[in-house]
Design a protein around this ligand. Structure first.
Ligand SMILES: *[C@@H]1O[C@H](CO)[C@@H](O)[C@H](O)[C@H]1NC(C)=O
Ligand SMILES: *[C@@H]1O[C@H](CO)[C@@H](O)[C@H](O)[C@H]1NC(C)=O
Ligand SMILES: *[C@@H]1O[C@H](CO)[C@@H](O)[C@H](O)[C@H]1NC(C)=O
Ligand SMILES: *[C@@H]1O[C@H](CO)[C@@H](O)[C@H](O)[C@H]1NC(C)=O
Ligand SMILES: *[C@@H]1O[C@H](CO)[C@@H](O)[C@H](O)[C@H]1NC(C)=O
Ligand SMILES: *[C@@H]1O[C@H](CO)[C@@H](O)[C@H](O)[C@H]1NC(C)=O
Ligand SMILES: *[C@@H]1O[C@H](CO)[C@@H](O)[C@H](O)[C@H]1NC(C)=O
Length: 409
């Protein structure tokens, strides 16, 4: 590779020298070709006056010469060159690596003047069999690292990496090898998922190979979509979702008991009160071996009798029923008034109020101990006057008893 690169630059320098050293016939930039393909070498300023002879040479070998309308081709180039008498362009087909070198064009004009020009050709081995070799194991976000290595044959002058059709830039996680032929990603993140493209180039050819990476992660952000309060007797579905690669599998529990449902949606055809409770969805990822859960409370409430669901017939029935009841109550009141049952009721109420006053009197009688105390005070006053009360109390004081004894003696 070093040798061919040096040769390439040498040829390029020579051709520059040729172009800017007062050559009569000018060529565009040095030509590049790929092995097996073809290339056209043509001056940009072919003479406009008539030409007597034309020679195309490779180093010192004449390839083709045209004199007085007669074309002679070197047998070594038979069947793989063509020449355009008007543009003086030489096309070389079936290029080989040996075709690299300096090509000289010289023409003799009718006036006897001779014009010359030089150009160079670099033939590159065509790039082929480019392929990428990526990790074979499953990659887990945050834990795995991934190396993608490229291979291919041919002279490679550059290696370019793209991811999902944008240039892949190095970062603290994405590191290219010094020759850019492999890239190492560590640790992988979910954003590294995608298609990696590696292009090998040389001036004459290029080839691209592709490799896809899938980064596994999750489950995360498990959520349950569905109503929280539902009427009795309606269908309900609770839908569980999670961010997960690969897709999560689900398990549903109700009030802590496994339901056997393993789809993302838990369906109730017709609610009854036993469906109220706590629903838990657990999402699991079979590659990361992790799982996450979310809970959802569902309440089945009695459907309200008051409105929307009633037919007009039912509403009419209710209205008639109410009217009949009102009429019945009116009729009853009329009957009671006519038969004087209502005045009698009033008397009964008066009787009840006299009972109430008796109760009040009973309440007053509880205050009698007070009046008894007053009587005792009266008795004590009498004793100080020397009179002996008829009904002596056991609880009389000793002084009084002594007096009483004296009186007896
Ligand atoms: C080009 O080369 C291939 C084999 O390398 C040969 O089969 C083919 O005939 C050649 N073509 C010309 C025009 O020489
Ligand atoms: C990736 O390549 C680097 C260096 O090229 C190497 O140290 C590392 O072990 C490789 N990692 C894997 C997963 O192959
Ligand atoms: C590797 O690629 C980067 C751009 O992606 C470039 O700047 C660098 O020169 C390349 N290195 C080699 C050795 O090709
Ligand atoms: C998902 O979960 C991650 C953490 O696990 C959080 O950072 C992110 O904000 C969540 N995304 C949404 C849309 O809730
Ligand atoms: C489920 O749990 C809720 C609240 O914890 C309870 O009200 C309900 O009766 C339970 N249902 C069943 C069927 O166990
Ligand atoms: C997940 O579990 C399976 C079986 O238990 C095991 O083979 C696999 O290595 C585990 N994967 C990870 C990433 O731990
Ligand atoms: C990630 O790596 C850590 C440490 O190496 C390990 O403990 C953990 O189980 C790994 N997680 C997964 C999902 O493989």
């Amino acid at each position: 590779m070093m040798v061919s690169r040096r040769l390439y630059w040498t040829l390029w320098m020579l051709s520059c020298f040729g172009q800017y050293s007062g050559q009569d016939l000018q060529f565009p930039e040095p030509a590049n070709g790929a092995v097996g393909e073809s290339v056209v070498l043509a001056p940009v300023n072919p003479p406009s006056t008539s030409i007597i002879t034309t020679h195309w040479a490779f180093t010192s070998t004449i390839i083709i010469s045209v004199a007085s309308g007669v074309t002679t081709v070197n047998p070594a180039y038979k069947d793989r060159v063509s020449f355009d008498i008007n543009t003086l362009a030489l096309e070389l087909q079936n290029l080989t690596l040996g075709d690299s070198g300096i090509y000289t064009l010289s023409v003799t004009l009718a006036a006897g003047e001779t014009l010359t020009g030089e150009t160079s050709l670099q033939v590159f081995e065509k790039i082929s069999n480019v392929r990428l070799i990526g990790p074979e194991e499953l990659l887990i976000e945050g834990n795995s690292s991934a190396n993608i290595t490229s291979e291919g044959t041919g002279i490679i002058t550059s290696v370019e990496w793209m991811k999902d059709n944008s240039p892949l830039s190095p970062s603290n996680r994405i590191i290219f090898s010094p020759d850019n032929r492999s890239v190492s990603i560590s640790p992988v993140q979910r954003s590294d998922s995608g298609e990696y493209q590696c292009t090998y180039r040389n001036p004459a050819s290029s080839e691209t190979a592709k490799h896809s990476l899938i980064i596994n992660y999750g489950p995360e952000n498990v959520s349950i979509e569905g109503p929280e309060v539902v009427d009795l007797g309606v269908p309900v579905s609770l839908s569980c979702s999670a961010n997960s690669v690969p897709s999560a599998s689900f398990i549903w529990r109700f009030n802590g008991t496994d339901t056997g449902v393993t789809t993302d949606t838990f369906t109730i055809d017709e609610t009854d009160f036993t469906h109220s409770g706590d629903y838990e969805c657990t999402a699991s990822n079979s590659v990361t071996n992790s799982s996450a859960s979310q809970r959802h409370a569902l309440l089945v409430k009695p459907s309200d009798g008051g409105g929307g669901g009633l037919t007009t017939g039912a509403i009419a029935g209710i209205v008639i029923g109410v009217l009949v009841a009102v009429a019945g109550i009116c009729g009853l009141i009329f009957y009671l008034v006519k038969t004087k049952k209502i005045p009698m009721l009033n008397k009964e109420q008066k009787g009840k109020s006299s009972e109430a006053s008796a109760t009040a009197a009973a309440a007053q009688s509880k205050q009698e101990p007070e009046s008894n105390y007053e009587e005792i005070i009266d008795i004590q006053k009498i004793r100080r006057d020397g009179a002996v009360p008829v009904n002596e109390s056991i609880y009389e004081n000793e002084e009084n008893e002594y007096e009483n004894v004296n009186v007896k003696y």
